[in-house]
Design a protein around this ligand. Structure first.
Ligand code: SAM
Length: 401
């Protein structure tokens, strides 16, 4: 999709054909910086974001810098939902799988999900409805689909249905759309509902749009204000199961968030990735943090989610809510189990070389789900444990698969 956005940028900046890509990207960089500031330091306090997607330069800059990041983050979340949390759309195989991307922009999240559906449910027709207030953005989504479908040979086509609508004015449930298997809100909730307001009423309104066994995936910035608001909403639904949602992910149970209760750190995901070269080039003088994708997310559904039982041979199953840190004597991380119990865990590293410790720490990321197979011994402080390996396990911890 990179060529598509380079073409859009060349049109927006009216550069002559044959202009070297680097020269074009130098022109785009300022617009990327403008957008980046708008999403972080210069966020409108009243939540009134201007319609930046309708400015051809900002749309192209978004496409080159933020589109790939949204795509990769949504790919991660939807894949996890299917592969780890065992969610899947359950529907007659002759009916199309429907994805509704709300505040879609050019639909990076929708395309990521459609790609996964195409891979996991081969032969199924996929209809992606891209809703945004910007006509230019949803038109771009349709153009991308046309190019992608042409390039994908005999694979079933992804049909994009663009829909121009204002999420602030319209109760989304009043859209006359067929039931949707997957509804996505990619970094649009905080623009449609100011981050200081409760997100529950808006999300509740989406429930009638979901097909049976459908899922609603909300992706938000990892900023404290947006991440905590999302956790509060997810908690409200988890505590009132079925009214109208159950919690599907990323927590391992329907428990309140211990980090939210403590109010010091906030829950979010951190994922390493390989940014496209154009994105790295654009970032050369912008110095934004692009080596890892940080975001906050939740998945809700109208049927109960997976129950994470502790495997027979294990001590616990947990989700990491901190990075894996190494000290001189141990590796350290904070995690939460399906009951919502927060644990600070140390793994002694005696006998391991510095490079072995570094390699081990690099295998773990915030948001990973781990099976603790060793013995957990309480340390002095409440909730602090040492994890000692048992049997053949060298570390007492392994990835949950
Ligand atoms: C940060 S962008 C995210 C775009 C895309 N979902 C992604 O993940 O990259 C937020 C999107 O929400 C759209 N948006 C903001 N407020 C909206 C509203 N009230 N109604 C419809 N779309 C809105 C913007 O036009 C923009 O495309």
């Amino acid at each position: 999709m990179e060529n598509f956005w380079l073409k859009k940028a060349a049109e927006a900046w009216r550069v002559p054909a044959g202009t070297p890509t680097g020269e074009l990207l130098e022109k785009v960089r300022g617009a990327v910086g403008e957008l980046s500031n708008l999403f972080t330091t210069e966020r409108p306090r009243d939540g009134r974001f201007r319609d930046y997607m309708s400015d051809p330069k900002l749309l192209a800059a978004y496409g080159l810098f933020f589109f790939p990041q949204s795509f990769a983050r949504a790919d991660f979340a939807v894949r996890r939902l299917l592969e780890i949390y065992d969610w899947e759309p359950k529907k007659d195989a002759s009916a199309p799988l429907r994805i509704l991307d709300l505040g879609s922009g050019a639909a990076p999240c929708g395309f990521a999900a459609a790609g996964i559906f195409r891979e996991k449910f081969p032969g199924r027709e996929i209809v992606l409805t891209a809703l945004d207030r910007s006509r230019d953005a949803v038109s771009a989504a349709r153009e991308i689909a046309r190019e992608e479908n042409e390039a994908s040979g005999n694979a079933p086509k992804i049909t994009v249905e663009p829909l121009v609508a204002d999420l602030k004015k319209l109760v989304p449930a009043k859209l006359s759309l067929p039931p949707q298997d997957l509804i996505l809100l990619g970094w649009s909730l905080n623009e449609a509902v100011p981050a200081t307001d409760d997100a529950v009423p808006f999300l509740k309104n989406l429930a009638p749009l979901l097909a049976r066994n459908g899922a609603l995936v909300v992706l938000e910035p990892a900023l404290r204000i947006t991440a905590e608001r999302l956790r509060r909403a997810s908690e409200t639904f988890a505590q009132n199961p079925g009214n109208p949602f159950y919690r599907l992910a990323p927590e391992l149970g329907a428990h309140p968030c211990p980090l939210l209760r403590e109010g010091v750190f906030w829950e979010h995901e951190v994922r390493k990735w390989s940014p496209p070269e154009t994105l790295e080039f654009l970032n050369r003088t912008l110095f934004r943090e692009i080596a890892a994708l940080k975001f906050s997310w939740c998945a809700l559904g109208n049927a109960p989610g997976k129950k994470f039982d502790v495997p027979a041979e294990a001590t616990d199953v947990v989700r990491l809510v901190s990075p894996m840190e190494s000290t001189k004597t141990c590796l350290r991380f904070v995690c939460v189990n399906p009951k919502g119990e927060k644990r600070s865990v140390e793994i002694p590293t005696r006998g391991l070389s510095k490079s072995e410790v570094k390699k081990f720490a690099a295998e773990w990321q915030r948001g990973d789900i781990a099976v603790l197979t060793g013995t957990l011994s309480p340390l002095g402080n409440e909730g602090h444990f040492r994890l000692e390996s048992t049997g053949t396990q060298t570390s007492g911890i392994r990835q949950f698969v």
